[in-house]
Structures are given as structure tokens and as C-alpha cells.
Design a protein around this ligand. Structure first.
Ligand SMILES: [Ca+2]
Ligand SMILES: [Ca+2]
Length: 153
């Protein structure tokens, strides 16, 4: 009898182990597939994804060496009050070496200096809108533009 009891206990332990193991595999699979889905969704939102290579000032950065002007806003120029603060704020959101997603202005993809006009996303944050909301930038709305900066306020 004792042998049979032991056998049943071992069988129960084995079945429990299989169930726990199966749940573990299922949850791993779930995590894997949802991560993949969100990455696909994220890349869909951006027309370009690259690495921040340089912070020029509050409203101009380089992504993979491409000069990008943050559309819809204007931060102070060098020598003007607020220049340092705006530049540091942009640098804190989009540190050099981090990943940036660009939503390029479909209606005006470049300005007269050849800079790419875009909304820049760093860590999922709309940097153009955040500069405006935190008071580091002013609205600079030059139609035609895909974006209405007033909608960010
Ligand atoms: Ca400026
Ligand atoms: Ca766009």
C-alpha cells in the first residue's frame, strides 16, 4: 500500500510539474508575441527611426547625422534667454545615442535650409509638444503642415 501511495504522490507531482511548465511556456509565448506586436505598432507610427547623433539646440537635432528641425515650434537661439534651458531639455529627453522616431511633415518634409521637418518622439514622448507644454518653446505654425501645434497645448 505504501508503495502505491508513493507512486500516486509522484504521479501528482509529475502532473503538477507538467502543468506549471506548460503555463510558463504559454506566458513566455504571450510576452514574446505582445512585445513583437507593440514594436510593429511603434514602427508603423514613425516614418523614420534612428539614433540621436547630436543636439544642436532646443528645436534642432541630428538623427543618424540627418539634421532635423522640430516642426511647429521655436526655441530661443544661441545668446537669447532660454536657449540653454531649451537645449538641455531636448538633450534630456533625447540623449545622444538614444533612439528617436520621426513623424515627418507630409505636407512640408524639409525647410528652406534642407532640414527635415518632423515631430520627434523619444521614449514615446512627443518632444515638440513637450517643449511647448513645459514653456521651453513657442508655437511656430507655418502652413502648409501636417501638424497643428496649437492642438498640443
Ligand atoms: Ca529656434
Ligand atoms: Ca508624417
Amino acid at each position: 500500500m505504501r508503495f502505491i501511495h508513493t507512486l500516486i504522490l509522484v504521479a501528482i507531482a509529475f502532473i503538477a510539474g507538467v502543468i506549471v511548465g506548460a503555463l510558463g511556456v504559454l506566458s513566455l509565448f504571450d510576452v514574446g508575441s505582445s512585445t513583437q506586436a507593440s514594436q510593429v505598432a511603434t514602427l508603423d507610427n514613425y516614418e523614420y527611426v534612428g539614433t540621436v547623433t547630436r543636439i544642436i539646440d532646443g528645436d534642432t537635432i541630428e538623427v543618424d547625422g540627418i539634421r532635423v528641425r522640430l516642426v511647429g515650434i521655436d526655441t530661443p537661439e544661441r545668446g537669447e534667454p532660454g536657449f540653454k534651458e531649451a537645449t538641455e531639455f531636448t538633450a534630456s529627453l533625447c540623449s545622444v545615442g538614444s533612439t528617436a522616431g520621426l513623424d515627418i511633415d507630409d505636407l512640408e518634409p524639409k525647410d528652406k535650409y534642407g532640414r527635415t521637418l518632423a515631430v520627434v518622439y523619444c521614449n514615446g514622448v512627443n518632444v515638440n509638444a513637450e517643449l511647448l507644454r513645459q514653456g521651453y518653446a513657442e508655437v511656430l505654425y507655418i502652413p502648409p503642415s501636417e501638424f497643428d501645434p496649437y492642438s498640443w497645448l
